[in-house]
Design a binder for this molecule. Sequence first.
Ligand code: ADP
Ligand code: MG
Length: 398
Amino acid sequence: MSKLTLDDIDVRGKRVLIRVDFNVPLDTSADGSPTVADDTRIRAALPTIRHVLDHGGKAILISHLGRPGGQPVPDLSLTCVADHLGSLLDERVRFSSNTVGDTVEEVVAAMGNGSVILLENTRFDPGEKANDEEFSRALAALADVYVNDAFGAAHRAHASTAGVAQFVDTAAMGRLMESEIAALTKVRDDPEHPMIAVLGGAKVSDKLGTFRALNDTADDLLVGGAMSYTFLKALGHEVGASRVEDDRLDAAESLYEEAGGHIHLPSDHVDAASPDADAEGSVVEGDIPEDLMGLDIGPATLAEYQDLISGAATIVWNGPMGVFEVEQFASGTMGIAEAVADATANGAFSVVGGGDSVSALNRSGHSDDISHVSTGGGAMLTFLEGAPLPGIDALTDA
Ligand code: ADP
Ligand code: MG
């Protein structure tokens, strides 16, 4: 069912409460104060914020950051994000150290049209994750209109993503939410074939539902990362000391059998005794010796995967092929990034998502060469699986 968008609402003179996803990685600067380490998610929210400001609305921004556990944690304050946003917008961005309550309501009431304020981390309040009615109503008290642009948090039924929508008259999607849904709907419901899914990362257990769904739609599934060792072990291979989920061997085996030859597993690996930067890595074909762990796909596997990707019309990629954070185990992931970029340049439609996958993509220098880089990890997987996203379902039907 389609939902209201910014095109359906008049924001002039209104208090527009915008749920953004400013859950960004932070660095500590030389003087000890936190700074934004990667502003991809902040930039992704700019079109919605700009729209509201340019149309004379008052932008009241809310987001969570990290896991403060329902109480104020100074290191997880959004203060530094307000500063960073101010420089991106080239506007003054006010900051409120309260998220809800009388003081914020007064400040918001006094805002001029076209001005913007960021409120403190919603997860400093235990009502956020509890999707508490009182906290949802307190958020709604700040809004004439609610806009959800936080695709990355849309799979969570929290107060700021879902609860608040029940207590406002109008709840619409932001621009980022719209573009995420458009791109992901296309690959989920109407992909051009051949369609290739590349799945990797830490755990198969995180991604079983998505795996099943992609098993139905994709022509080939290329598996890498730690999850491939759960598959390989399930199929009777020796995987040495590689990371394996022993409680998922049966699930992996049945997925593999259901796929009838469409799941590709690594045939060679970069192995080492540990994932440390100074560990000695070597390429091993087939079974992995007892004391070694598989930490990246090997060159033969990469060549096979690159070849399949080059013939694809649609590509979905989630999960790094190895421990890409360490240079000697990054080649597989970087090689996949390059292949997906090349295929996109040749007309394929490509979608890449997942927190670590997107940071690997950024590192490869190919983020601008992908059709759609999703800001959602869990949200993207949930969407592809066809499961409900409470943050979208809660919005007003168009
Ligand atoms: P995403 O965030 O993109 O969904 P995941 O969180 O599932 O990806 O997986 C990323 C993590 O998996 C990275 O930290 C990476 O180091 C780790 N990883 C990938 N391959 C391996 C491997 N062979 N052994 C151990 N860890 C791995
Ligand atoms: Mg991750």
